[in-house]
Design a protein around this ligand. Structure first.
Ligand code: LLP
Length: 409
């Protein structure tokens, strides 16, 4: 964990708002997975959508990770950063023919999640090696927007369509080398992980899919967002996963690769967003701490009602008061926390918003024409990489260059 003193030092050096990532913690989380799940055939494919910072990706590449990519640009970024095509899986949903074609040409395996796309693949790309995404029929996740299993979601092929799948596969002489499922993000129950695995394994018979090389059980490993939140016993879960997979491989008759695709688990806790308070305002019933960042930089509280822990770096021992911690965007919902008890916040105090490493910068925007903040990567308590924010003029020029080149000088 990066110390509070280091966070303050970085904020002073690079300005705020600022994302700071602890690369050492990310690697620790990566290697932990191999301690929990002791299977020698385990491969971890990082869900790049969680955070595409190239310095973090490079650390993971050197550690041996693969990539779960969801757009042609994510595939291209991973390839440019030196991930070999066989370390990448492409799992877009509702992809276009052109996107499919572009990725096919890179040699990256495509994970097909609909009968419609499978038919097109059989017709236009006969003989291809593919992976098939099934809907595991298990509903779990940290909120209903991040649950991907079950009837109400758009993801994957239904398990009971397996006979139809086989016919299409045969018609195009396709080679199904992998099966995939992803249950949701922030899975609350270990049993959901295991049940989804069992459901996918039930159709992964040698009769149905004789050419399997890997089984991919998606991401979704939960991380605590609140300090007092119960933690998953990953050691116990890892043992159950390993036992389940070993039994499966025995029945299948061959050792297969076991893949997981965590995003949050690797990157959420390693990130912190530092923001400076510039306004304290007492409305009738609320005290508002107004910051120099807003939901374009960290949207999870507004979008999912997600809790992100906040620390007052500048006054950690102050008397507790209750605050609405608000951003600088012209919308009422622009809040990082509502009615949160925090040590007294004064103007110019620095606040550290925790678990800002996954789905924060990557879901960011320049709404209200404020550039996304700089990002700093710390490894072993040293800054190893800085991704400088666009300046105000660079941001404006990039807008003008596209829409009004005659105004851009
Ligand atoms: N694999 C697939 C196919 C996925 O769709 C996802 C996430 C993952 C792996 C990684 O899931 P993770 O380990 O990060 O939970 N923006 C939301 C999360 C959306 C997750 C989308 N898919 C949030 O901020 O909570």
């Amino acid at each position: 964990m990066i110390s509070n003193a280091k966070l303050i030092e970085c904020a002073k050096t690079y300005g705020t708002p600022l994302f700071i990532y602890d690369g050492s913690l990310m690697l620790e989380r990566y290697f932990d997975l191999f301690k929990f799940i002791k299977n020698p055939n385990l491969k971890v494919h990082y869900a790049l959508k969680a955070n595409y910072n190239p310095a973090l990706l490079t650390l993971l590449r050197d550690a041996g990770a693969g990539i779960d990519a969801v757009s042609p640009a994510e595939v291209k970024l991973a390839l440019k950063l030196g991930f070999a095509p066989d370390r990448i899986i492409y799992t877009a949903n509702n992809m276009t023919d052109a996107e499919f074609d572009r990725v096919m040409k890179t040699g990256v395996i495509i994970n097909i999640g609909s009968l419609s796309r499978l038919k097109k693949c059989a017709k236009n790309y006969p003989g291809s090696r593919i992976c098939l995404r099934f809907n595991p029929d298990v509903c779990d996740g940290d909120n209903k927007m991040t649950m991907t299993g079950g009837d109400l979601t758009k993801f994957g092929i239904l398990l009971d369509a397996v006979e139809e799948v086989k016919k299409i596969v045969k018609s195009g002489d396709l080679h199904v080398v992998g099966l995939h499922e992803h249950t949701g993000s922030g899975l609350q129950h270990v049993e959901s992980v295991l049940q989804s695995m069992r459901n996918l394994m039930a159709i992964a018979t040698k009769e149905n899919f004789p050419e399997l090389e890997f089984m991919d059980f998606g991401g979704g490993f939960k991380v605590p967002y609140r300090p007092d939140e119960a933690k998953i016993d990953y050691v116990a879960m890892g043992k159950e996963i390993d036992a389940l997979f070993n039994d499966f491989c025995k029945t299948y008759g061959r050792e297969l690769i076991m893949r997981f695709e965590p995003g949050k688990y690797l990157s959420a806790e390693c990130g912190t967003l530092i923001t400076e308070v510039n306004t304290i305002k007492h409305n009738r019933t609320r005290t508002i701490a107004g910051c120099n960042a807003g939901f374009p930089q960290l949207i999870r509280p507004v979008l999912y009602d997600a809790y992100h822990h906040i620390v007052n770096l500048s006054n950690p021992d102050g008397a507790l008061h209750t605050y609405d911690v608000c951003g600088n965007i012209c919308e009422t919902g622009d809040r990082f926390a509502e009615q949160r008890e925090l040590p007294e916040i004064r103007e110019y105090d620095l606040l550290a918003i925790g678990n800002a490493g996954a789905y924060c910068y990557s879901m960011g925007s320049v709404y209200n024409l404020r550039a996304m903040p700089s990002e700093v990567i710390v490894v072993d308590d040293k800054v190893v990489s800085v991704h400088q924010a666009q300046s105000e003029d660079e941001l404006i020029d990039s807008v003008l260059a596209r829409f009004a080149p005659e105004v851009a000088k």
